[in-house]
Design a protein around this ligand. Structure first.
Ligand SMILES: CSCCC(=O)C(=O)COP(=O)(O)O
Ligand SMILES: [Mg+2]
Length: 241
């Protein structure tokens, strides 16, 4: 049975929703782990690297932390899959370069791209909201196994430009930015606490519950549930799809 939504915009979570957590953790995380050391030493003067290093020092309360200590903290956060802003910013730098070089190709579940193309062709506006940085999102959608998907996507939001994913205020900020009423915006995520926050902001929600993903056992917390994007229909009729 399909979920049917009448909406003007769909906002997409990435990890666990459009794409496999296993790919992120087994391919992307080791790729960044291998490069943090040289990034923090050889490129310490770059403003984005300096800013992230300062943020790490502030978060751990160690104003004098040197590059090896910062690398150690980043690696511990990677082990926990902690969505810390400076970790995501540094990953964004490393991954963007990896995608541009052809070292990395983004994974999307096979049901995702056909659904995105279908919804986009109907005039549904597609946006992304992920803990991955905007730079990482741009590289991810620009270098998928199915080609460059960026033409399908209108806007990219992360915890820096929108706020934490479990806070309703972040979804309110995205609504203001995209200019679509909350009740006409559908959020797709694997994580019930994110869906709760979106619903509290007045958004439509659907939990994407894929076998093997970390939140599968938890369920969708009472949000409408789909096993894949093939089970979700979105159209902009103004009268229900
Ligand atoms: C292109 S972002 C890579 C995945 C990632 O690092 C991440 O934190 C995704 O988290 P999400 O909010 O999409 O579940
Ligand atoms: Mg997710």
């Amino acid at each position: 049975m399909s979920l049917r939504f009448d909406a003007d915009s769909v906002v997409l979570d990435i990890e666990g929703t459009t794409s496999a957590t296993e790919f992120v953790v087994d391919v992307l995380y080791p790729y960044s782990r291998r490069r943090f050391g040289s990034l923090l030493t050889e490129r310490a003067g770059e403003p984005a690297v300096r800013r992230a290093a300062e943020q790490v020092r502030a978060l751990v309360g160690e104003p004098a932390a040197d590059a090896p200590r910062i690398e150690q903290v980043l690696n511990a956060w990677l082990d926990e899959d902690r969505k810390a802003a400076p970790l995501k910013a540094l990953q964004g730098i490393v991954w963007s370069e990896g995608f541009a070089r052809g070292d990395l190709v983004a994974h999307f579940y096979e049901d995702v791209v056909p659904a995105l193309r279908r919804w986009h062709a109907r005039g549904v506006r597609l946006h992304v909201y992920s803990s991955g940085s905007v730079a990482a999102q741009r590289a991810w959608f620009g270098h998928s196994a199915q080609g460059d998907l960026l033409p399908l996507v209108e806007g990219l939001y992360d915890t820096e430009n929108a706020g934490p994913k479990q806070s309703p205020g972040s979804y309110e900020a995205i609504s203001r930015a995209i200019g679509v009423p909350p009740c006409r915006t559908l959020f797709l995520s694997d994580r019930p606490a994110e869906l709760d926050a979106a619903r509290a902001a007045g958004w439509l929600t659907a939990g994407v519950r894929r076998p093997g993903e970390p939140y599968y056992a938890q369920g969708t917390g009472g949000h409408p549930e789909a096993g894949s994007f093939a089970g979700i229909e979105v159209a902009r009729t103004g009268n229900g799809p």
